[in-house]
Design a binder for this molecule. Structure first.
Ligand SMILES: [Zn+2]
Length: 147
């Protein structure tokens, strides 16, 4: 495994929309493994591929409920229980702020082998999924701060 460089908010790539993943080959698994090592080293809760300059719709999340989850091509099926919490981002070092997010989320996504999964996420796990899905659309949490 190898550690990747996390790009920051001033890098224009962070604002790009990521593409659908359609190749679930060992090359994808290697990228995901490297993202995992990068996330652990950075002591974060989640990392989207765009944050390491790879414009594909995938992210790794360290969930409370399920442990390490890889979400690829995620689709939000249900989002409710909106609440405001404080969050930060590995691409926005030194910044935190209050964001309104759903705390109950049903997500369809693919795993690293391309198999379709449906899972329910609660509380900060749901917040983290939404934060990472925003990254896939070029959106940062600082765009959504509560006044
Ligand atoms: Zn982030």
């Amino acid at each position: 495994m190898a550690r990747l460089t996390i790009i920051k908010q001033d890098n224009p790539l962070i604002r790009k929309t990521s593409k659908t993943v359609d190749d679930f080959s060992p090359r994808l698994h290697e990228i995901l493994d490297n993202m995992y090592e990068t996330l652990l080293h950075a002591n974060g809760m989640g990392l989207a591929a765009v944050q390491v300059g790879i414009l594909y719709r995938m992210a790794i999340i360290l969930t409370e409920e399920y442990g390490v989850i890889e979400i690829i091509n995620p689709i939000i099926k249900t989002a409710k229980n909106q609440r405001i919490d404080t969050e930060g981002c590995l691409s926005c070092p030194g910044i935190s702020g209050r964001v309104r997010r759903p705390h109950f989320l049903i997500l369809e996504y693919q795993d690293r082998n391309g198999a379709k999964q449906t899972r329910t996420f609660h509380n900060m796990d749901a917040v983290c999924c939404c934060h990472e899905i925003d990254h896939m659309n070029g959106i940062l949490f600082i765009d959504k701060l509560e006044k």
